[in-house]
Design a protein around this ligand. Sequence first.
Ligand code: NAP
Length: 247
Amino acid sequence: MRFENKVAFITGAAQGIGRDIALKFAAEGADIVVGDINLQKATQTQGEIEALGRQALALELDVTDYTKINDALNKILDKFKKVDILVNNAGITKDNLMLRMGDAEWDAVLNVNLKGTFNCTKAVSRIMIKQRYGKIVNIASIIGIIGNPGQANYAASKAGIIALTKTTAKEFASRNINVNAVAPGFIQTEMTAKLPEELKQKMLSAIPLGKFGSPLDVANVCAFLASEDASYITGQTIIVDGGMVMV
Ligand code: NAP
């Protein structure tokens, strides 16, 4: 029960990795804010958290909209009075080869993945600074470290998240706020379900542990980073990929 009396705000928590992070943190005692662009699914996750005996608040949230994030934060403070943990998990892909990639694909991915992380960090860190306590975990990707054909937008956004993690870790360290990132490899969620079977088999053959990751594999590392077990770690990116990328 590492998160007893803690409040965790998780973006993109309606499904996939974010949902498992929410359930893992709740199972360890946290009350959870489920922020997602899809309110209907977020409300289902809220129900699953309440079934674990914790309090939960589902909020419709577009991480690209700073004003709406602040509105959401007011609702969070009304209900829970504080935010101890922020997990910047909301993310999208819009793949295309470089020469075919349009501005709309580039802008959408950079806006949600990188600006969304910047927006939520900026809004929530104001509260954490006053509290003199906070844990921020950003969800990057191994693609932000090694690159990938067809994912110039996604790779740039995730590399940006790794750099943002280091900078915010340095800025907030004196305020007792730890900022770290997790870089997952291939995790079985709706995001990866849409990839062609042939590509999935190729990726599988490149994973030394011989299997795809589960959302819980990522959630377990997020829980470690958001807990006091990781209190002397900040600015780091931990790869969770079955050994695909070894740096
Ligand atoms: P997912 O299943 O697509 O879930 C992402 C959630 O975020 C969805 O509920 C989505 O809603 C929501 N979302 C999208 N845009 C949003 C916005 N503007 N504001 C708030 N919420 C928004 O994806 P996932 O696989 O769990 O991925 C979660 C994170 O892990 C992402 O940052 C992703 O880049 C990262 N990651 C995933 C993998 C992988 O293999 N799955 C690997 C490395 C990193 P809609 O469904 O309605 O769009």
